[in-house]
Design a protein around this ligand. Structure first.
Ligand code: PA5
Length: 434
């Protein structure tokens, strides 16, 4: 469960009124044609889930690398969780990411890393037509053909796409790739708990049962009526605080964490909120920061810059420490020295986690003197907690967008650039300017 603490002067009764409006939006969100993600943690495709586990075993037995090709919602969710848990998970197969840029340098880096090792490809695209992943897929397909010949190459391709339409869907059927489905009522940025995220996550060694269990805890709190639980309350409060702050001209939110491994989780959040809210000249600009690194850059702005920013900080009740280490409790301490030349004697034997906690507390106190600060505290850094946080943000995002009266589930701006790019590249049927 996510514990929300607010460091701001928002009046409790105003917040209560807004929270109840947020809660009232749930039935409308739930009945939306694109709200398949709402009941997904409970209502997922169990057969496909088992097939994901079977394919995971095959990939882990025959591949040193799984190249995951995808962009936006077909990329960020699994990268978010894999990076966050990187110190805890183990797998023979390393995940590489492609199709999220068109940079020759980045492609070459992946070729160099794979070298003559064994690899498979998971191509992920709901529409099956997005240029970046489509181009990357063709390039890696050729690499597979060169190394394994056509037949084995086909058995090393895993395609996650629409159930019925799109070029990738058609090609998958034609070449008999192992196929996984992005359910129709689940948009890209809400799809991490489908095969989009689950196959790469399982291959990387993430416990996907636990991840789903965490999301299920949040879902259980909002599917039954009347909704009344502290779990649901935190979701409604987060959306409400954002809305109240937006109405007070706070138009930028910075999501921050004191664990750098959360960087891609923040990027996933940024995409979720940016693409869902930023339309019709509305929305809160979603920015991210990694502390303490960025305290020495953005920190100055947060403390004394234009006060149009509010900050949301993800914290952990139990310090995240790497597993599989020989140190007691996995913690690293400041070593003792005979001479206190650097003046750090007062920190001797103190754990880094202890010092990081103090940095966190100090930042919250200092920043909240200038801007509103929301703290989202997770019990720990685990699959279960991240599953909860994914669902928490998905629902809070849908509510936030509805409060601003924009559609949380479309992305006309992204489509505009995709179509204009097709035109510039002279794709047949795209001769007119967007
Ligand atoms: O959230 C979204 O819908 C987008 O970010 C898409 O995930 C992204 O544009 C990739 O689209 P596709 O999976 O169709 O290739």
């Amino acid at each position: 469960m996510i514990n929300l603490k607010l460091h701001s002067d928002i009046d409790a009764s105003a917040l209560a009124v807004q929270t109840s409006s947020a809660e009232n939006l749930v039935p409308e969100i739930r009945s939306d044609a694109m709200a398949g993600w709402f009941t997904l943690p409970e209502d997922y495709d169990k057969k496909e889930f088992e097939r994901i586990k079977t394919c995971t075993k095959k990939i882990q037995s025959d591949s040193d690398y799984l190249v995951c090709i995808g962009i936006g919602g077909s990329y960020l969710g699994h990268r978010a969780v894999i990076d966050a848990l990187s110190s805890q998970i183990k797998s023979r197969t390393k995940i590489l990411y492609s199709g999220n840029n068109i940079s020759t340098i980045e492609f070459q880096k992946i070729f160099d890393e794979i070298g003559d090792k064994d690899f498979s490809v998971n191509v992920i695209s709901k529409s099956g037509t997005t240029t970046e992943p489509a181009v990357a897929f063709r390039i890696f397909k050729e690499k597979l053909f060169e190394k394994y010949g056509e037949n084995e190459a086909f058995s090393r391709i895993y395609a996650t796409t629409d159930a019925e339409t799109g070029a990738l869907h058609d090609e998958s059927l034609y070449n008999h790739y192992e196929r996984f489905v992005v359910p129709d009522p689940v948009g890209g940025r809400y799809s991490v708990l489908t095969a989009v995220g689950l196959l790469p996550l399982a291959v990387a060694g993430v416990d996907i049962d636990e991840l789903m269990a965490g999301a299920r805890e949040e879902e259980a709190a909002v599917v039954t009526e009347p909704i009344s639980s502290t779990i649901a309350d935190s979701i409604f409060k987060y959306a409400s605080i954002r809305h109240i702050l937006r109405s007070r001209n706070y138009d930028t939110e910075v999501l921050a964490s004191f664990e750098p491994c959360m960087e891609y989780f923040e990027k996933w959040w940024q995409q979720l909120f940016g693409e869902s809210e930023g339309k019709e000249d509305k929305g809160i600009f979603p920015a991210t920061a990694v502390y303490t690194t960025d305290l020495h850059s953005l920190g100055q702005y947060m403390q004394q810059g234009r006060p149009n920013i509010f900050e949301t900080i993800i914290t952990f009740e139990n310090n995240p420490t790497p597993k599989n280490t020989n140190r007691v409790n996995g913690e690293i301490v400041v070593p003792k020295m005979d001479k206190d030349l650097d003046g750090l004697g007062y920190l001797e034997d103190k754990e880094l986690g202890f010092i990081n906690d103090k940095a966190e507390a100090a930042t919250m106190t200092a920043h909240s003197e200038h801007i509103p600060v929301i703290e989202l505290e997770l019990p720990d850094l685990s699959e279960r907690s991240l599953g909860s946080l994914i669902y928490f943000f998905e629902l809070a995002c849908a509510i936030s967008a509805k409060l601003q009266q924009v559609n949380p589930f479309d992305q006309p701006g992204v489509e505009a650039y995709k179509n204009e790019m097709f035109r510039l590249l002279k794709k047949p049927g795209y001769s007119k300017s967007a």
